[in-house]
Design a protein around this ligand. Structure first.
Ligand code: PRT
Ligand code: ZN
Length: 285
């Protein structure tokens, strides 16, 4: 029987959330101690635990069929692999930063300057696209100390909270790319493996949809139902059920996280009471 091989990061920022995603897809991973490989008891999958930088190459060569990596690593690698779908975790950005003391007025600051980075490919393209000529110093770690020790005039590095820049006396001046974890695949999967990938992506989509939506239950006087239903979109339309107390109903619906607080405020203004918000485990469209 055919099975699909998935490369995930052995230990680092992507590891825990990658494993959690597969667990929420109902896949029971054996050998949780994270050796080199693991299998699952209820899905034909084998996990390979690797350094994230090695994953694009393994997927390109077909040693792994799928992988989870940051979009930053995908683009920098230049490997011939396909992005299946972004996964919504490990969000960050690749940014240019300079010393806080610099009076930064625009990208032309970097003309004839030097920039330290672990992302020379992405940075070079960005500079070319913007007509900037700068010298790129490729270094593999602790990029943020480069300006302080006189190695470079600026850096191009991953930022998430910004606290690393702050504690090194740097300020973020340009966003080069945004990034999040993403599922990538080998370009030529067999028909059996493609079918397994389709099953997996269906499950992942249901989990991600569930995560970005909330189930909302509320009570409302009957004369307010129409107004409240206007505010609640729901997957089709909201469910309205009579309450035991005369003249009142319970209304159930689904609200997307992006518009959640806005809708909740409107619901309260429209007379909704006893609003309950419940996480959704999976959502199948
Ligand atoms: O050992 P291996 O090679 O597998 O791991 P790694 O050390 O190369 O990668 P890892 O685990 O640090 O990161 C994996 C992926 O997580 C990255 O490729 C990004 O896609 C994503 N990610 C999300 C981050 C961050 N957030 C992040 N904050 N990667 C790195 N950082 C570092 C950044 O380099 C800087 O040093 O954190 C610091 C900045 O963080 P803030 O919060 O201070 O701004
Ligand atoms: Zn790495």
């Amino acid at each position: 029987m055919s099975y699909i091989k998935v490369a995930i990061q052995k230990s680092g920022r992507l590891s825990e959330d990658s494993l959690k995603l597969f667990k929420e897809c109902g896949i029971k991973i054996n050998n949780g101690a994270k050796k080199l490989k693991a299998t699952a008891s209820n899905f034909p999958v084998e996990f390979l635990f690797l350094r994230d930088d090695d994953i694009p190459g393994y997927v390109e060569d077909g040693i792994a069929d799928l992988g989870i990596i940051g979009q930053n690593v995908l683009i920098e690698s230049g490997k011939n692999i396909r992005e299946v779908m972004p996964l919504g975790f490990s969000r960050c950005r690749l940014s240019l930063a300079v010393s806080r003391e610099v009076d930064y007025t625009g990208l032309s600051f970097f003309n004839n300057k030097s920039i330290a980075t672990s992302y020379p490919v992405i940075l070079q393209k960005y500079l070319d696209d913007h007509g900037i000529i700068a010298e790129i110093h490729e270094i593999s770690g602790s990029v943020e100390i480069a300006p302080g020790i006189g190695l470079a005039d600026g850096i191009c590095d991953i930022v998430s909270s910004g606290s690393t820049l702050l504690s090194n006396g740097l300020k973020e001046v340009e966003h080069v790319i945004k990034s999040e974890a993403t599922l990538v695949t080998h370009l030529e999967l067999s028909a059996e493996k493609q079918a397994l990938l389709d099953q997996l992506t269906f499950r992942i989509e249901s989990v991600l949809e569930g995560r970005s939506n909330k189930y909302v239950l509320l009570n409302a006087p009957n004369e307010k139902i129409n107004e409240i239903v206007e505010i609640l979109p729901g997957m089709r339309s909201p469910t309205v059920l009579p309450l035991a107390s005369e003249g009142w109903s319970s209304i159930h619906s689904v609200i997307n996280e992006d518009e959640f607080w806005d809708r909740i405020e409107k619901l309260r203004e429209a007379g909704a009471e006893g609003i309950l918000v419940v996480p959704i485990e999976k959502m199948i469209r």
